[in-house]
Design a protein around this ligand. Structure first.
Ligand SMILES: O=P(O)(O)OC[C@H]1O[C@H](O)[C@H](O)[C@@H](O)[C@@H]1O
Length: 575
């Protein structure tokens, strides 16, 4: 990163934080924040990528960072050297380095749940130690990993036999949220490396159609269900698991079949045992692993069955490489910190409300859904860790899709719409499938899109193409639309791990700046509680309705429809 002359830095007064736990001052009162406000007002809001590039011949090489096999080009952002210095200074004033250390060393930084946040421990190499409260956590981590490896190997080699003596050909992961999105994304991403004789299915929705469609063609005696639930109380997962158990028993004619066809991954061993899962097929994890940060825990069992223990270890080593980069690299060159700070810059100064993630890889098609939970469940908060209402925007809406498909649908808005949408382009230099020049075509599109967004096409250029005058305004591209490009050698288990950890720590960086607890999710509770109450009212139409007039009318209408088709349980009369 380029440096700002020391004399310019004297214009700003910065405070050093005394504590790693709390913001000493509200965000808006911090020196770097105020400096950023001035900087935005005086320069930032008028930044022009044409001029920024013209003013610095090497910008495309200098505004870059590299680590853990990931190359980040952030030169096509609306920033100059001063912006980056101020953002990094803001991170220091918000105690980011201390907060990073607090997380890695197991301090209870998830303060609303009084928990440590140690998903990084799950990726530590064998033989490492991590003492928290006087206990080395690594032996238990290693033991679960060993058990997973043993089980996965048996299933992969066909040594694990189902109730009728047949090997497993279908694995159904039953889980939702973090117990679904991580394993599903990883399976899709690493399909190239997967055991093709086994087919993987992901069942999350409580809609009966999801279950019916999943099992429609499954041979029960060759199917393994992995029930993934951190709490083992999640309504959707437990409902689907019960339905799957009933289906299996009906298909195979014996309750004893459950032991050979069900495994569980949970922190709630007691509940899983009550459900009837054989303790030998249970894989534990710990309350210091958040659901959306759990794909490297036993929640990754389906991933391990798909790619094998050795490649799973490679994925962990990719995560670990990015963890180490985040922990040890100065913020100026620290990929997750830079990515997170750029999001803060657009969210809080340019007023961006969304952030697009655009992978140019068929294998990464589930990455945007995965990142939606990771980012928005972590930082979609309106209360600071101290319980105050925030006075600034927090997480933008993350969204996205396979980039090349997006070009033929929503990119119109990215190029000519009326709002700023910072984009992350993700691409790989080497293809996994070498078919003609298709990979070059794919990547040419990625490079072309970020260039077009940044530099656009002026009216003069449009006219040079003999465009009829009335069409000129329609064919102008304003440009000046910011993006990052994340370029990686090849999609491998290792690079996938590094990429996911990059986003995990970018989210952490944002949470530290916004001073929110990125590891709780109280915002999902109210809907769950209301649904429970409403479910009883749908099951028993004699129960009185005490909702608002809209909800009451909707429920009455629903009860009416259900009693008409005779399918409603207890739908005798609408109350
Ligand atoms: O793994 P489970 O305990 O079943 O939780 C599954 C998911 O549901 C919850 O409602 C949370 O919003 C998610 O963070 C969690 O990943």
């Amino acid at each position: 990163m380029t440096t700002l002359p020391a004399r310019d830095l004297k214009l700003y007064r910065f405070e050093s934080p005394k504590s790693a736990h709390v913001h000493e001052l509200p965000l808006a009162h911090k020196g770097a924040w105020k400096a950023l406000e001035r900087h935005f007002r005086d320069q930032g809001r008028r930044f022009d990528l044409h001029q920024l590039f013209a003013g610095h011949g090497q910008r495309g090489e200098i505004f870059t960072a590299e680590g853990a096999g990931v190359y980040l080009d952030y030169s096509k952002n609306l920033v100059n050297a001063e912006t980056m210095i101020l953002l990094v200074q803001l991170a220091r004033e918000c105690a980011l380095p201390q907060r990073i250390e607090a997380m890695f060393s197991g301090e209870k930084i998830n303060n609303t749940e009084h928990r440590s946040v140690l998903h990084t421990a799950l990726r530590m190499p064998p033989n490492s130690r991590l003492e928290v409260d006087g206990e080395d956590l690594m032996p238990q981590v290693q033991e679960v990993r060993r058990h997973m490896g043993e089980f996965a190997e048996q299933v992969r080699t066909g040594a694990w036999l189902g109730h009728t003596g047949k090997p497993i050909r279908h694995v159904v992961n039953i889980g939702i949220g973090g117990s679904d999105l991580g394993p599903m994304m990883a399976y899709e991403a690493l399909r190239h490396y997967s055991q093709r004789e086994i087919h993987f299915h992901f069942l999350s929705d409580v809609d009966g159609a999801a279950f019916a469609e999943t099992v429609r063609e499954l041979p029960a005696d060759e199917t393994l269900f992995i029930v993934c639930s951190k709490t083992f109380t999640t309504l959707e997962t437990i409902t689907n698991a019960c339905t799957a158990r009933d289906w299996l028993i009906a298909q195979l004619g014996e309750e004893g079949a459950v032991a050979r066809h069900f495994a569980a991954v949970t922190t709630n061993i007691e509940q899983a045992q009550k459900f009837g899962i054989d303790p030998a097929n249970m894989f534990g994890f710990w309350d210091w692993v958040g659901g959306r940060y759990s794909m490297t825990s036993a929640i990754g069992l389906s991933t391990m069955i798909a790619i094998g223990a050795a490649q799973f270890e490679e994925m962990l080593s990719g995560f670990h490489a990015m963890d180490e980069h985040f922990r040890k690299t100065p913020l100026e060159n620290n990929l997750p910190a830079l990515l997170g700070l750029l999001t803060v810059w657009y969210t809080n100064f340019f007023g961006a409300r969304t952030q697009a993630v655009l992978p140019y890889s068929q294998y990464l098609k589930r990455m945007p859904s995965y990142l939606q939970q990771l980012t928005m469940e972590s930082n979609g908060k309106h209360t600071t860790v101290d319980g105050d209402t925030v006075a600034y925007q927090t997480s933008p809406v993350y969204w996205g899709d396979n980039g090349i498909n997006g070009q033929h649908s929503f990119y119109q808005l990215l190029h000519q719409g009326t709002q700023i949408v910072p984009c992350d382009f993700i691409g790989f230099c080497k293809p996994l499938e070498q078919i003609g020049n298709q990979h070059d075509l794919l990547m040419a599109n990625l490079f072309a899109q970020s260039e077009a967004l940044a530099f656009g096409k002026s009216a003069a250029e449009v006219r040079l193409e003999n465009t009829p005058e009335e069409l000129v305004p329609h064919r102008v591209f304003e440009g000046n639309r910011p993006s990052n490009t994340i370029l990686i050698d090849r999609l491998t288990p290792h690079s996938l791990g590094a990429l996911v950890a990059l986003y995990e720590h970018s989210v952490f960086t944002q949470g530290v700046i916004w001073n929110v607890d990125s590891f709780d999710q109280w915002g999902v509770e109210l809907g769950k509680a209301l649904a429970k109450q409403t479910a009883s009212q749908l099951a028993d139409s004699s129960l009185p309705l005490r909702h608002d007039s809209s909800t009451n009318a909707l429920i009455r209408r629903y009860r009416g429809c259900r009693s008409e088709d005779g399918s409603g349980g207890g739908m005798a009369a609408a109350s």
